[in-house]
Design a binder for this molecule. Structure first.
Ligand code: RP5
Length: 168
């Protein structure tokens, strides 16, 4: 059996600059990943075939990022019963509100876990995927906890620096 992995799909190469942080965050947690540019409307057959194949090869979680009328996550969720996390991206005049609604408003029965628009969502998609993968992976759970402890220490250090500068 292959090592379980997270599949990160995005509708266009124009999504990659934001989604790079998803890949970087998964790598920092030592979570295996694959990435693919594929579109629900431009390459529907390839999207379908990739999802079926990735599911069979041990994909544990799908992350789908798209802008505008963002139906990629919903399309993937219709093909697989693996968890699907949708990242709505800002790609047009509605500044991501269009993709947020397209991603989050799934009809009952085919869920998509939708994160925030853009940069924060791209990072959180990776953390959420890792947390799902960690359900059966204690070492990964420990790495996620360690990462949170680092974040906590960084915030505390920033506050200490601020207080010191105010009272200097
Ligand atoms: C969506 O349309 C993509 O996910 C992208 O966010 C947006 C624009 O795509 P390009 O026209 O830049 O290829 O399908």
């Amino acid at each position: 059996m292959n090592r379980p992995f997270v599949a990160v799909l995005m509708g266009s190469d124009s999504d990659l600059p934001v989604m790079q942080s998803t890949l970087d965050t998964l790598s920092s947690l030592n979570v295996a990943w694959e990435v693919k540019i594929t579109s629900a409307h431009r390459t529907p057959r390839e999207t379908h075939d990739f999802v079926v194949d990735a599911d069979a090869r041990g994909c544990g979680v799908f992350i789908a990022a798209a802008g505008l009328a963002a139906h990629l996550a919903g399309t993937i969720a219709s093909i697989t019963t693996r968890p699907v996390i949708g990242v709505p991206l800002e790609a047009g005049s509605l500044r991501g509100i269009d993709s947020l609604l397209s991603t989050v408003q799934m009809p009952a029965g085919i869920p998509v876990a939708c994160v925030a628009i853009g940069k924060a969502g791209a990072k959180n998609a990776a953390y959420l995927a890792a947390q799902i993968m960690a359900v059966n992976d204690e070492p990964l759970r420990s790495r996620i906890k360690a990462e949170r402890a680092t974040n906590t220490a960084q915030v505390l250090a920033k506050d200490r620096a601020l207080q010191a500068s105010l009272h200097a």
